[in-house]
Design a protein around this ligand. Structure first.
Ligand code: NAD
Ligand code: UDP
Ligand code: UDP
Length: 343
């Protein structure tokens, strides 16, 4: 069967990564919103390898068709170029709802649009799930905890968000997204899963997204000054993207419907992080403190007891391993774009 499948996949002269054969009963029709983005495209890879039928919907605001180009033309893959703020009528069994800008510069670029995507867009996806009886997983965020007064953050913590600050379009947007999910679950019996995702990094991150991982790697590779915002004493905990994909799939397939933190509890200050990246890249650049950003959360680390208990999930990839893979991707990508001609 597998040989037949491979032959089938190579029609039109294009060859595709091998995918598993799924029989009629186990093959699912899966929608990934934001499937052209960083996390979405890795999730698409995993679902395609498992042999499912995968449709992505994306407006390519922050995503990129290159992230999924290896699947274009494959019989199990479909790409819809659409804004999820507009209704979408298709037939699916599961929805991973990831469409939303994720990095602070991107979500602050057009705050009204960020709010619409996370409210109207989420209503549309919940409406779709309700109509077709699909299970839906919402990509929420550790930002629902705001600048947390409880450390590490368990899912039972209600958070500390400034409702009118520059991050509010995203934080409050995601909070409403969660509220909508449980309203549809209660009132319309939609089966919902809510993942509270903590800082995630890996290949296919948008090089220009302005997040700390991409900024520091680019600065180190280009021998520029590494810019630490504020004191550098603020902390984050970074998870590698394959761990997140494992967690998202485990959550979708579980019977657990309350929010679940997905993140790596290994915590570093941003200054420590700058030093780690500089060492791994092998640069001699300076690390400099520049102006702090408004409402920057000071500490962030997930309490992952829930994920360990109900999903039997915990992250596996150590920071050094994940960063090495990410640095390699950034080098290759810079070469490809011929921006700097790194050998
Ligand atoms: P990303 O920007 O790479 O991907 C988001 C995708 O959604 C992009 O392809 C973008 O074009 C698409 N999109 C945005 N608005 C849209 C709209 N209105 N209609 C259709 N498509 C739209 O970001 P990512 O890091 O892959 O994040 C994916 C999801 O995970 C987001 O919902 C984000 O909030 C959440 N999340 C990510 C992180 C992280 O560290 N990466 C942390 C917490 C939560
Ligand atoms: N919706 C969608 N696709 C569907 C079903 C619904 O995009 O397959 C949208 C629909 O346009 C509506 C939203 O989802 O705006 C919420 O749907 P719901 O059924 O909850 O609300 P209603 O249509 O009753 O306002
Ligand atoms: N940061 C930094 N230098 C940069 C980019 C970010 O010091 O060039 C800091 C930022 O102020 C925050 C942390 O790194 O404290 C993580 O920022 P990021 O934008 O990656 O994600 P956040 O977790 O804030 O959403």
């Amino acid at each position: 069967l597998e040989a037949k499948f491979h032959a089938f996949n190579t029609k039109n002269g294009k060859s595709y990564p091998d995918v598993k054969y799924q029989n009629f009963r186990s093959k699912k029709r899966i929608l990934v919103t934001g499937g052209g983005g960083f996390v979405g495209s890795h999730l698409v890879d995993r679902l395609m390898y498992e042999g499912h039928e995968v449709t992505i919907v994306d407006n390519f605001f922050t995503g990129n068709k290159n992230n999924v180009e290896h699947w274009i033309g494959h019989n199990n893959f479909e790409m819809i170029h659409q804004d999820i703020v507009n209704p979408l009528f298709i037939e699916v069994d599961e929805i991973y709802h990831l469409a939303s800008p994720a990095s602070p510069p991107h979500y602050m670029f057009n705050p009204v649009k960020t709010i619409k995507t996370n409210t109207i867009g989420t209503i549309n996806m919940l409406g779709l799930a309700k109509r077709v009886g699909a299970k839906i997983l919402i990509a929420s965020t550790s930002e629902v905890y705001g600048d947390p007064e409880v450390h590490p953050q368990p899912e039972t913590y209600w958070g500390n968000v400034n409702p009118i600050g520059p991050r509010a379009c995203y934080d409050e947007g995601k909070r409403v997204s969660e509220t909508l999910s449980y309203a549809y679950a209660k009132q319309e019996k939609v089966s919902v899963r809510v993942a509270r995702i903590f800082n995630t990094y890996g290949p296919r991150m948008n090089l220009q997204d302005g997040r700390v991982v991409s900024n520091f790697i680019l600065q180190a590779l280009r021998n520029e000054t590494i810019t630490v915002y504020g004191s550098g004493k603020q902390t984050r905990s970074f998870q590698y993207v394959s761990d997140l994909v494992d967690g998202l799939i485990a959550l979708m397939n579980s019977n657990y419907s309350l929010p679940v933190n997905l993140g790596n509890p290994t915590e570093h200050t941003i200054t420590e992080f700058a030093v780690i990246i500089k060492k791994l890249v092998g640069g001699k650049n300076k690390i400099q403190m520049v102006n702090a950003v408004e409402d920057d959360p000071q500490r962030r680390r997930p309490d992952i007891t829930r994920a360990m208990t109900y999903l039997n999930w915990k992250p596996k990839i150590p920071l050094k391993t994940g960063l090495e893979k990410t640095i390699k991707y950034f080098k290759d990508e810079l070469n490809r774009q011929n921006i700097h001609g790194f050998a």
